[in-house]
Write a protein that binds this ligand. Structure first.
Ligand code: PRX
Length: 658
């Protein structure tokens, strides 16, 4: 390819992480991925994987068609996702294999669901839905907690060929209604209540409020979970157990609908730079091939693996790597309903021990939380079954990476830092365990065939060491097929910046080994005295200080330097901040990155404001640092945190001015 090279770096990056973790020879020997995986040609790779991992009712005629910015994959092919995830495993004699170990939040509330159980229950669920009018093509909303009926509902929809949207159970009534209205859902599946840290989440109550303003939804199916009292509106609401009571569980009574490879599978809404969430479109064939293939190689999944992705199914991680990827591969998975500290902070580790999980996939924010609680909770349990650890969702600071490997992985397991997005559907940049030499904080290499690069403002490739904008230059099977009913926004958000090249919206740099380092969203990039720097670098530096548990950085306007950095810091062991600590941390960051990056101001806080998915609410931090009135806080997990933070931030700012 004729690449123009850029002299200047679009984003400056200074931090150097020198620790290396090459694969052990024993791991490499047994790994699913062999080094020649990177040499396989694009067409050959996906042709081989699509045949190996997915059963097709009708074989596809063309591998893919790229009519930028729209891709189609496996054209002419027909398949059914539920058939691939459930029925074919039973047909292949795997009916007694466990599909999910489910663990409710209340202790000793457990279910063991085999692939045969899953098949019977999905068939019954699908028959129940058909009975009340769900057909091929009927849009269905799903608003549930982490109960087995959530994947059942998703699979039942795919069996019928009904596209669905899962709305995370932590969203408000208004957010739910927005999504139901955008997709024009006619049905909603929800549950009475969910369990969260010992209290009840009123899912049906929220759904009632949402349905007041979502008039297109004509029926609402309610799964009983807590048995709590809920209102049932006549002619609209129906208990799941009532429609399932008489429904057949014989697979022949509800055959898997043959779907076109490019038929809509689901929409998943994600936020962008405007208030209106984007309905990201995922279709059937390419998505399934993409998630099954990446799941197999990246997590080194074996036939007897017990795999635990501790995300919520309401986010893309759960769609791709709790439900569709693992089930397509016939993998035994774990689903846990509740929070990691219920009833105690060792709950996760008791689950790993009980089911002898060999693969654990979670988010940096969760790892940092466990770090804050201390390693003693993990030490109470035998975690020796673990073979592979994964992270996703945000850049992981090297300290958290190393903590995870040492305290959870026994300093033995590879840690795969997987970069991807709701839009990409599947993991895109990631180590392959057994091949890749790991570097804490780096997502390392593009997955085989993924053509990732770092561009400057002009679309020139930034040379090694320099930061810029992450782009993807070739289509991939699980890529989004658009934003639902908004082709203009699709082009504007992802395709207008560079010609026929997918604009990710993340900063990145590539090092001399060709490894990728993600620098956070480009709107998290600060510009201090003409130095552009990512919030994550400041945060990593802060967290590398032994007293710091968690940190976030934001830019605020500064007449002298353009922007000044404000850091929000939680100290370990509940310690309060002091002027001495402030000085020490500023020097520490100055040492790690450069003086310009030392925060002008540090706000000590017992808790950072996070969304319910665990992402730090940077927009709010920016508001606090700019002393602006606070924006919308409705998606916050703990709204009180930010009010307290604003108070402290304003106090600090007043001191600074004084
Ligand atoms: O900024 C990147 C960050 O999360 C964004 C995608 O968020 P979402 O669509 O919610 O999906 C999260 C789960 C796939 C990306 O644009 N991100 C995700 N994984 C990583 C990451 N940033 C750095 N390193 C990662 N491994």
């Amino acid at each position: 390819m004729n690449e123009r090279r850029s002299g200047a770096h679009a984003i400056e990056t200074m931090q150097v992480e020198e620790r290396r973790y090459p694969p052990s020879p024993e791991f490499a020997k047994q790994a699913n991925a062999k080094p020649d995986i990177y040499e396989t040609g694009f067409d050959e790779f996906w042709t081989r994987e699509a045949k190996a991992r997915v059963s097709w009712f009708t074989p596809w005629a063309d591998l893919y068609k790229w009519d930028a910015p729209y891709a189609k994959w496996f054209l002419g092919g027909q398949l059914n996702v539920c058939y691939n995830c459930v029925d074919r495993h039973v047909e292949a004699g795997q009916g007694d294999k466990v599909a999910y170990f489910w663990e409710g939040e209340p202790e000793n509330d457990r279910r063991r669901i085999t692939f045969s159980d899953l098949q019977r229950e999905v068939v019954r669920f699908a028959n129940g839905l058909k009975q009340i009018g769900v057909e091929k093509g009927t849009p269905v909303g799903i608003y549930m907690g982490m109960v087995p009926e959530l994947p059942l509902a998703m699979l039942a929809c795919t069996r019928i060929g009904a596209p669905f949207t899962v709305v995370f159970g932590g969203f408000s009534a208004e957010a739910l209604s927005d999504r139901l209205n955008d997709m024009e859902c006619q049905f909603l599946i929800t549950q009475d209540e969910g369990w969260r840290r010992g209290s009840r989440v009123p899912l049906k109550g929220n759904a009632d409020a949402a349905l007041e303003i979502s008039p297109l939804v004509k029926r609402c199916v309610v799964v009983r979970r807590t048995g709590g009292d809920v209102q049932m509106r006549q002619n609209r609401d129906v208990w799941a157990d009532e429609i399932l009571k008489g429904a057949s569980d014989d697979p022949k009574s509800c055959p898997c609908e043959p779907m076109d490879s490019e038929d809509l599978l689901y929409l998943l809404y994600t936020s962008g730079t405007t208030a209106k969430p984007k309905g990201i479109i995922h279709t059937t064939g390419g998505y399934l091939v993409g998630v099954a293939t990446t799941h197999h190689y990246i997590f080194d999944v074996k036939p007897d693996s017990v795999y635990w992705c501790a995300a919520d199914i309401g986010w893309v991680t759960g769609h791709s790597y709790i439900v569709f990827g693992p089930l397509c591969n016939g993998t035994t998975g774990i689903i846990y309903e509740g929070t990691p500290d219920f009833p105690d902070k060792d709950r996760w580790w008791s689950i790993v021990e009980r089911y002898k999980a060999d693969i654990l996939y979670t988010a940096p924010t969760a790892i940092r939380t466990h770090m804050k609680w201390g390693p003693e909770h993990a030490k109470k349990h035998d975690l020796s079954s673990l073979r592979v650890l994964g992270t996703v969702g945000e850049p992981i600071n090297p300290e958290a990476w190393v903590w995870y490997r040492e305290n959870i992985g026994g300093d033995r397991t590879p840690v795969v830092d997987t970069w991807w997005q709701t839009e990409t559907g599947m993991i895109m940049i990631t180590p392959l365990p057994g091949i890749t030499t790991l570097k804490p904080g780096s997502a390392t290499q593009p997955f085989p065939t993924v053509d990732a690069a770092v561009y400057d403002e002009e679309g020139k490739v930034v040379p090694p060491g320099g930061g810029g904008y992450l782009v993807i230059r070739k289509p991939w099977p699980a890529m989004l097929r658009g934003i639902y009913r908004d082709p203009n926004r699709y082009r504007e958000t992802y395709w207008n910046r560079y010609q026929d090249t997918y604009f990710v919206g993340d900063g990145a740099r590539v090092d001399d080994d060709g490894d990728f380092w993600l620098l956070g969203r480009v709107d998290d990039v600060m510009n201090v005295s003409g130095h552009r720097i990512s919030t994550i670098e400041v945060e990593s530096a802060l967290v590398a200080h032994p007293a710091v548990a968690e940190a976030a950085a934001a830019g605020r306007d500064d007449p002298q330097t353009g922007q000044a950095i404000v850091a929000f810091v939680t100290l370990k062991g509940g310690r309060e901040g002091s002027p001495e600590m402030l000085k020490e941390l500023r020097e520490h960051v100055g040492q790690k990155i450069g003086k310009f990056a030392a925060p002008a101001n540090i706000v000590f806080t017992p808790e950072l404001p996070k969304t319910r998915s665990g992402k730090i609410m940077r927009r709010l931090l920016r508001d606090v640092s700019e002393k602006r009135p606070l924006g919308d806080t409705t998606t916050l997990a703990e709204p009180a945190v930010v009010e307290e933070l604003a108070r402290r931030g304003h106090e600090e700012a007043a001191k600074e001015e004084a």
